[in-house]
Design a binder for this molecule. Structure first.
Ligand code: LLP
Length: 386
């Protein structure tokens, strides 16, 4: 991602900023397109991962739909050229206003997460004189083997309708007149690196789908959500996730009926590797065991390490060819001890003014930034603007 020439260009911009290499995004999108070619698969990009317009423009050109979790995400997707019928809408707490926005947009599906929600959607659809297209989000109770904050498919999680609620669900589905059931939806978690988890999901989807078939309920699609993880430790070794391996699990293990389509909601795997957070070292301060490299970017720009104990690969771009023989706790300037990008990180001798890159920041980076401590938002720079 960082040639010598590019590092020189990066140096001329005020830090901190998000740097996007859209060539990496293009290569990633192409890999996905190739992996799903000639299959009844549709990818809805999870816009929550990164909603930058230039990114959405490329995703749209690649023919993907969109996965949303708020009314504003729906509006943003429409504004960026996606059609209503390409938009899926999940979330355990959809407000009436958001439901109305989605009805007006004529979305692909409401991914319905509870029976009370189903009833409200039915009511609001009646008021709007529309039929709401829905998928039922089922909680499959499959362990995603990832960080507990980004695990969504266990019974203890708030997401989806549980197995024991199915009978009540079937009763409601028969009764409610203003909804039309199109599919089943699942999403078990994020940053899933152990692909066997998706095999477990397929097995559970097959079991749950048979409950619907037994009642002669037709489903025109199954939506298995997102979750494919990326390599945070060694991004350059795996800039493009192994999409063939991911999709082939579904090829092998999911029982699709004739004419049924399979939908995916990938977020992280699409955009994570195309960006880095670029920052400068403000000070190097002596610590007890290791020294601190204090950056001008912190948890306000990238909260993932503080929130999920995630570790992003950190590079000293000013010393890119030097050997990493010193250890630093790489921290931000925010008044919180959790404002730490990594402890005892091996780096070349690092000094005030060095340009630092925190890699794999394209997903859940910029979108989760805040102005805590009344800081300015980081700027955005694309590879063709350097
Ligand atoms: N579909 C639904 C219903 C979701 O809730 C999510 C992510 C996705 C799809 C996309 O998942 P992905 O392919 O990106 O794993 N902020 C956290 C991640 C939260 C994910 C929330 N839901 C992080 O930085 O790790």
């Amino acid at each position: 991602m960082f040639t010598k020439e590019r590092v020189e260009q990066l140096k001329s911009h005020a830090t901190p900023y998000y740097f996007y290499d859209l060539d990496i995004l293009d290569a990633t999108l192409l890999a996905i397109q190739n992996a799903v070619k000639n299959k009844p698969y549709v990818v809805h990009y999870a816009i929550k991962a990164n909603a930058n317009e230039r990114i959405l423009e490329r995703i749209k050109k690649s023919g993907f739909g969109i996965d949303t979790v708020s009314g504003n995400e729906i509006k943003w997707a429409l504004k960026n050229g996606f059609k209503g019928n390409e938009i899926a809408f999940a979330g355990v707490g959809k407000s009436d206003e958001e439901i109305q926005t989605a009805l007006e947009a004529g979305i692909f599906t409401f991914n319905v997460e509870s029976i009370p929600e189903l009833q409200v959607i039915d009511e609001l659809a009646a008021k709007a004189g529309k039929k709401a297209l829905i998928a039922i989000r089922l909680n499959p109770n499959v362990n995603a083997k990832t960080h507990h904050y980004i695990t969504t498919g266990l019974e203890e999680n708030k997401f989806g309708i549980n197995y024991w609620e199915l009978n009540e669900l079937f009763e409601q589905l028969e009764k409610l007149q203003n909804i039309e059931l199109k599919g089943l939806h699942f999403h078990i978690g994020s940053q899933i690196r152990d692909l066997s988890v998706f095999k477990n999901l397929c097995n559970r989807v097959n079991e749950l789908q048979s409950e619907f078939r037994e009642r002669n309920i037709d489903l025109d699609h199954i939506n298995v959500g997102g979750g494919l993880g990326v390599n945070y430790q060694s991004p350059d070794e795996e800039l493009i996730p192994d999409f063939d391996a991911f999709f082939s699990i579904f090829d092998q293990f999911i029982d699709l009926l004739p004419n049924q389509s399979l939908h995916f909601e990938l977020g992280r795997a699409v955009v994570a590797q195309c960006a880095a957070l670029i920052s400068k070292v403000l000070f190097v301060k002596e610590g007890v065991k290791t020294n601190f490299a204090i950056l001008d970017a912190g948890m306000t720009e990238l909260i993932r390490p503080a929130l999920y104990q995630s570790s992003h690969h950190i590079q000293n771009l000013s010393k890119i060819n030097e050997e990493a023989t010193y250890k630093y706790d790489v921290v931000g300037p925010i008044c919180e001890s959790s404002d730490c990008f990594g402890k005892a990180i091996l780096l070349p001798k690092t000094e005030r003014g060095d340009l630092m890159a925190i890699r794999t920041a394209g997903a859940y980076g910029q979108v989760m930034s805040s102005q805590y401590n009344l800081r300015d938002f980081a700027k955005t720079i694309y590879h063709d603007e350097l």
